[in-house]
Design a protein around this ligand. Structure first.
Ligand SMILES: *Cc1c(COP(=O)(O)O)cnc(C)c1O
Length: 346
């Protein structure tokens, strides 16, 4: 738990729940609010929609700020909404919207929310490890992570940090809760225990992953994901492919549009059958139109060279004119600029 706190870079209480990431999302709804509380949900993708569904399921009264897939909710729009609704108790957002590859301006939003009575709940499940998130400095009241993303271990653990401002709201919250009772969880965690039988095998794996992350440095893990994302964007441009979120690209995944008329499922399937590699299709209405390549966690440039080389072949196979090697060269160029400067030591 100390390793997790260090990796997340916060002095707030940080708890571990036996659940996939959505379990901590649900806990953030059920532990800090009461029915009919007014909240704001920023929604620009499938995970934003999950927030909206969740707060509705628990009887909150959400103002849902929706933006098209690939776009983001702007801090200005949030400021305007909070200005017009001083009774808002919480703001829910995705740091990185994994379904579209876009990233929100969490720092600017935190600055606005900090000045209001509302707490800021950030689903950072793919934000942690791919973008700076200064929980204490910016004022992220609830920061949520999941084991299977940048933490590089199987799904089954969720992480949640809780600020003093959020704990104060917890005291006034009268939402029914039982399994995900964070107050009880904190009491037990302080004794080195957990409320319920913990997922011990995952905790042991997490300990090893956190040693890796903290030895490397969270900032270096973030930098790595950001460089791989940048290289992927350059490769896409070299191959005449359009980004799905050109204006707000995050670094957890890069979502790329397939050329007009080409089903992205062919690229996803091609990776699996030809290269034993897994990339993701679009979700919901984006399915068939985009494919997503991950950068978070244990990926490096050697993976990138291979993935882009495979992509070129699959595009060519499916009728997109490709000059083989052009995308790979774009990745090599980014690597040469940023990483070859470091001398090799023996
Ligand atoms: C993966 C992910 C989740 C959590 O999904 P689970 O299936 O519950 O682990 C939530 N939000 C985002 C942005 C994610 O990428």
């Amino acid at each position: 738990m100390q390793g997790l706190k260090k990796a997340m870079g916060t002095s707030n209480d940080t708890l571990i729940l036996t659940a996939s990431g959505s379990g901590a999302m649900e806990a953030s709804v059920s532990n800090f609010f009461s029915m009919k509380d007014k909240v704001v949900v920023c929604s620009a993708g499938k995970f934003g929609e999950r927030w909206a569904e969740m707060v509705q399921a628990f009887g909150l009264d959400p103002i849902v700020l929706t933006e098209p897939y690939g776009s983001v909710v702007s801090p200005e729009r949030l400021a305007e909404t909070l200005g017009a609704n001083p009774d808002v108790k919480g703001v829910f957002i995705q740091a990185s919207e994994t379904s579209t590859g876009a990233a929100h301006d969490v720092e600017a939003m935190a600055k606005i929310i900090r000045e209001t009575p509302a707490i800021f709940i950030v689903d950072a499940i793919t934000g942690l490890g791919t973008m700076p998130l200064k929980i204490d400095e910016w004022g992220i009241d609830i920061c949520i992570g999941g084991s299977q993303k940048s933490f590089m271990i199987p799904p089954g653990l969720a992480f949640i940090s809780v600020s003093p401002k959020a704990w104060a709201m917890n005291s006034n919250s009268c939402m029914p809760r039982y399994y995900f009772d964070l107050k009880r969880e904190k009491k037990m965690a302080d004794k080195g225990e957990s409320s319920w039988t913990p997922n011990t095998s995952h905790l042991i794996a997490l300990n090893v992953a956190l040693q890796y992350i903290n030895d490397l440095g969270m900032d270096k893990l973030i930098e790595n994901a950001q460089l791989l994302a940048k290289a992927t964007r350059h490769a896409a441009a070299a191959l005449d492919l359009e980004l799905f979120s050109p204006n707000h690209p995050g670094s957890s995944v890069t979502a790329i549009k397939t050329p007009a008329g080409m089903d992205s499922g062919l690229i996803v399937k091609g990776f699996r059958t030809h290269f034993g590699a897994i990339i993701a299709n679009g979700q919901g209405s984006m399915q068939g139109k985009i494919f997503r390549m991950a950068h978070l966690g244990y990926f490096d440039f050697a993976d990138m060279f291979a993935v882009i080389a495979g992509l070129e072949l699959l595009l060519q196979q499916n009728g997109h004119a490709v000059e083989l090697g052009k995308g790979v060269a774009a990745v090599q160029k980014v690597y040469a600029e940023v990483a070859m400067r470091q001398p090799v030591t023996t």
